[in-house]
Design a protein around this ligand. Structure first.
Ligand code: HEC
Length: 205
């Protein structure tokens, strides 16, 4: 490479309507614009480029947010009760469940884990082997009203958020019956939405 920097300055031909000096061409930064004509075209090109970049960004954000909400029917179909009946949640219920779960439960149950007791997490298996099994909407809603120990022997409402102990857990005060159903749905959809990370990814379904 025996081309001198000064050579570059003189040899460089107009690039895209502008002439670059050697140093900035090396850095890839246009600095010197030669005439008003060049300036006009460059500005135009730049603004077209900017608009294109902005449009791409906005489009991506839009697509991502739609994709985040649009869950297919299979994902939204979960067990309703112990008899094995199922229910298909609406997109709205899915969105509500996600939001309320994140507001109220995720502080301890981030992505389906249980911070202070990892064994009793929100995986399909952990829910299924509780007594009575909690792998359905009805039992999860009951649990949020009156949470019981894993073996079903005694209430843990004084140490676990519940609508029955909303005096101790103020966040539970604002949850309607519909919210509880939506949250239960979010828990049951968890392994399907995040198969590799929900409750540490140990969930089979
Ligand atoms: C302060 C931390 C905390 C918050 C907040 C919390 N939980 Fe829990 N959750 C726990 C702990 C600890 C356990 C394990 C209880 C046990 O030992 O039986 C648990 C257990 C559960 C279980 C039983 C899991 C199983 O495998 O049987 C469910 C269901 C559950 N929580 C749902 C919720 C929901 C829904 C919310 C929000 C409305 C919530 N939790 C908020 C700490 C929390």
């Amino acid at each position: 490479m025996d081309i001198l920097l000064s050579d570059l300055v003189f040899r460089k031909r107009p690039v895209g309507g502008m002439i670059l000096n050697g140093r900035s061409a090396l850095l890839g930064l246009p600095v010197r614009l030669l005439s008003d004509y060049c300036l006009g075209r460059t500005m135009l090109k730049r603004s077209i480029l900017l608009v294109a970049i902005a449009a791409t960004f906005i489009f991506q954000i839009f697509v991502q947010s739609v994709m985040a909400l649009e869950l297919d029917v299979n994902t939204r179909t979960v067990k309703l009760n112990e008899d094995g009946e199922t229910v298909t949640l609406t997109q709205e219920q899915a969105a509500t469940g996600k939001k309320k779960f994140n507001d109220t439960c995720a502080i301890c149950h981030l992505v389906g884990g249980t911070k202070t007791n990892p064994n009793v997490n929100l995986s399909s298996q952990a829910l299924e082997f509780a007594f009575p099994p909690r792998d359905n909407i009805e039992e999860l809603v009951l649990f949020m009203k009156e949470p019981m120990s894993y073996d079903g022997a005694y209430s843990i409402a004084e140490i676990h958020p519940a609508t029955s102990s909303a005096d101790i857990f103020p966040k539970m005060r604002n949850l309607s019956e519909d919210d509880l159903v939506a949250i239960a749905g979010h828990i049951l959809m968890g392994p399907k939405i995040n198969p590799y990370s929900w409750a540490g990814g140990k969930t089979k379904f």
